[in-house]
Each structure stands twice: as structure tokens, then as C-alpha cells.
Design a protein around this ligand. Sequence first.
Ligand code: ADP
Length: 346
Amino acid sequence: MTTFEPPLPRDNEPTPLPGESALDIALRPKALAEFVGQPLVVDNLRIAMTAAKLRGEPVDHVLLSGLPGLGKTTLAELVAREMGAGFRATSAPALERPADLAGILTGLSAGDVLFVDEIHRLPSTVEEYLYGAMEDFVIDIVLDQGARARTVRLDVKPFTLVGATTREGLLAPPFRARFGLIERLEPYAIEDLARIAIRSCGLLKIDVDAAAAAAVASRSRGTPRVVNRFLRRLRDLAQVEGRTRIDRELVDRGLTRLGVDDRGLLAVDRLILSTLARAGGEPVGVKTLAITLGEDERTVEDVYEPHLIREGFILKTPRGRILTPDGEKAAGVPARPDDRLPFGAG
Ligand code: ADP
């Protein structure tokens, strides 16, 4: 329940989310057929959308989980496009009070897709308020205050909620249970990232050869957003050098300038590895890592660590993070303390 506030202005255009540029939007696939990879997720969405169209209903609510930059926002927008529906995007930190959500919900048209990014960060009061809207398409709002307060039940037009989360495990089970489709996006195979690179170069109006696309792909941490970020920088470099084509040599030189090594590790990754190496095998907490990097803990956990864990360089233990033998090699330091102090060695 909430105090009534006038609905927010309606907005059918894709809303740039924090940290997103116009170019990010320009590179987004405009049809599901252009969305590369994630075949199981795409298939499940297609089936749900086809069935919903046959029934003349909006698609069931969808929860998309996965690391940042894997295409959750893109897919949400594509659901709206394929359904011929309006798209409204917001993110959980913008929904502090139930009234913030009520304003958006009452402004929706029938069939609209409401995209809520970082949905695991919704305050529980707002989350509970969403339950009625998701299940029965109604919201209860409180008019007036004190003795004159009264509750009014308002209908919300049938809509599809698409929630995106990097931390599916943080969603309350009753909330999670209200999503009809729960889909997880995995990091992309190198071949898929190379296809995305070739497609993006077409949109950026620069030529790229297959070897160069593969080289960008192999250093992009399984993430389309990283592919696109690298390509924009490589295009800059090509243009200032008067070239019209991104080739393998330019990729190697350009990515080295950006501090990206052969395995796709960034300077910040190397700092994490060297911090853990300096701890000499003692686990290091995420707080300490975050302070060392000057980043917040969430960024360390959601953006940097997953790649290092996937590459087998670090392990998360209950007491903190430690380096694996491969991580020690990547950090360029001796392995375990006993390797440095070979007591008992013959
Ligand atoms: P998320 O919401 O998961 O953080 P986005 O949907 O914003 O990720 O995707 C980041 C960028 O990567 C988008 O601008 C889009 O151009 C590109 N992208 C993501 N997934 C794909 C894909 N499967 N095919 C082509 N481009 C993609």
C-alpha cells in the first residue's frame, strides 16, 4: 500500500540505464533474430511469446539472471519489440518507495513490458507491493493520512515484468516464484563473441577481418558489452591512423594500449591477483580487495571476480579469496609459502 502520487510521464523509448551510452543502444540487436547465442534462452522466450500471442495475452513475467553485459536489457527490449508492446525501463535503486513503483505501474498500457534492472535490490516494501500487480494486476494505494486514510484498489493493465539480476540467489523465494520464466544467461563462446564483433563493426561502419574479430572475442571475458567497448576504442585507433579496417595487428596493439593482456585480463584483474599473491596464501576478504582497488564490493563481486573464478585463477572460500596455482602463475609470483620456504627439501 502507498500514498497516491501522480503517475510518471509515460515513455515508450528505450530508457538509457545508468552508465549506458547512445552507442550502446545503437549496437543493440533490434530483432530476436539478430541476438547472437544463448539458444536455449531465446527458444524459451520465443515459445512463451508465440503462445502468449495465440492467447492474446501478455507474456508471463520473466526473470533474467547473469553477469553484467550479457544481454539482459537487450532481451527485455526484444520481448517488447516481438510482442509489438511498449517498453518501460527502470532500475531497482530508483524505486525506493512503493509510490515510485505505483506511478510507473499506473502509467503502463496493456501488454507493456516493464524492465526492472538489478531487481534483487528492490526494498522489501516495494517488492511486496509488486506481488499484487504481478499476480492480479491490482495495486492498493492509500489516499490521505491519519484518521482520513483510506485504501483504494486500482487496476493495472496486464503487463509483463522483466526483471534482471546479477544475483538470482538474493531474490526472496516468494518473489522468484512469481516469475513464469526464469532464464540464466551464460558467458558467451568465443565464436559467438566473434559474430557479435563482426555485426558491431558493420554498425560502427568499419571493416574487420575474421582473425581480428576472433582476437577481440578471445579477450572479452565472455561478454558482448566488453566486445563492443573494445571495438569502439579500436575504431578510434584505426581512424586516427587513417585505416578503414581493424586487423589482427591493430587488435594486439590497441588492446595492449588498453592494458588488456593475451588472456583478456585487465590491469584491475592483475591488481587483484597481485594483492592475493602478497597475502601469501592467507584468504583475503572482499572488503579488503574493494578498498585496495578503490571500487565498491558489489563491483568486485559482480564484475571482476567472476572472470577470475571462471578462468580458474581464484577461489572463493568462506574466509575470503585465495589464488589457485594457475592464479599464482598468472600473478607472476612463487606459489604457496612452502614453495618459497622449501623446509625439508632434500
Ligand atoms: P545487460 O543488461 O545484461 O547488462 P545489455 O543487454 O545492456 O547487457 O548488453 C550489453 C551490450 O551488449 C548491448 O549494447 C548489446 O549491443 C550487446 N549484446 C548483448 N548481448 C548480445 C547478443 N546476444 N548479440 C548481440 N549483441 C549483444
